[in-house]
Design a protein. Structure first.
Length: 278
């Protein structure tokens, strides 16, 4: 059995940003207005949300400037509500920005954003923990990987809205997204009762099959390989997995298009897992 190691996506983030810019430069006015699976946001709204991510990272983590601080955050749900309010305020204000201005600001801020992330020591303490993975303190490498998943899934929401989603399902881009998101599994499964040596295999199927495992030995542990017999096997199509983890598909629809073998109660839990703050 092998545990997953560190995730290194720093160079991929820069390439992913370049792909976003190229994509946005080709959009028609109708494309910018296209509805997405992200709440009430269209393509333009998600684009400015990505811009906000760049600017907030630079302001808070590089410059130490926190313009708005939560005053009454006593729980995870309080934090999510605060962040959702910030996101909504920004998207509302950015309605007055043109697509050209948005692209220019994404290009400018993206370069500075990348330079900042590249300057971080991977094993130092991150400015913010990866809360959806149950961590109260995270290393920079995990924080950077979390940033990758944000950029990946929001760009994929744009691509899905305009019918261009297949490119990011290529293993080069999708495997790092899955590898990072699935670090939430042990935390998500902490309330699931397992029996000694239970092993759950999670497979994600597209051009090739990618698998991860959860092993129970008093608590759940994530593995990237295992040889013993499984208690449960879950198979999820690539095009649905990222939507499950970002609340972009109904649970019943995801289940209807996936497969669970063995102890069904062990496999069901992944279908309400989130790897975002939502």
């Amino acid at each position: 059995m092998k545990k997953p190691g560190k995730i290194d996506v720093i160079q991929l983030i820069q390439e992913l940003d370049s792909m976003l810019i190229s994509l946005l430069e080709e959009l028609s006015p109708a494309d910018w207005d296209a509805r997405t699976i992200s709440r009430d946001w269209n393509v333009k709204d998600i684009s400015v949300h990505l811009l906000d991510g760049n600017l907030r990272t630079l302001s808070m983590l590089r410059d130490g400037y926190y313009g708005e601080k939560p005053e009454k955050v006593n729980s995870h749900s309080d934090l999510v509500s605060f962040l959702n309010g910030l996101n909504a305020d920004w998207v509302r204000a950015a309605k007055r920005l043109s697509p050209r201005v948005i692209i220019d600001l994404l290009r400018l801020s993206g370069n500075e954003y990348f330079d900042f992330l590249a300057s971080l020591a991977p094993d130092d303490k991150a400015g913010f923990p990866v809360a959806w993975a149950g961590e109260n303190e995270s290393k920079n490498w995990f924080h950077i990987a979390r940033e990758y998943t944000e950029k990946w899934h929001h760009q994929q929401q744009i691509r899905l809205a305009i019918g261009s989603e297949k490119e990011l399902l290529n293993e080069k881009w999708y495997l790092p997204y899955l590898d990072t998101s699935l670090r939430a599994l042990p935390h998500h499964y902490k309330s699931v009762a397992g029996e000694e040596n239970d092993l759950i295999k999670f497979s994600f199927n597209g051009e090739t099959e990618k698998s991860w495992y959860l092993y129970y030995d008093g608590s759940w542990e994530l593995l990237e390989s295992a040889t013993q017999a499984t208690s449960c096997e879950v198979s999820i199509p690539d095009e649905l997995a990222w939507r499950i983890f970002t609340r972009g598909i109904r649970q019943d629809e995801a289940l209807a298009n996936s497969e669970i073998k063995g102890k069904r109660e062990l496999g069901l839990k992944i279908f309400d897992m989130l790897a975002v703050m939502a």
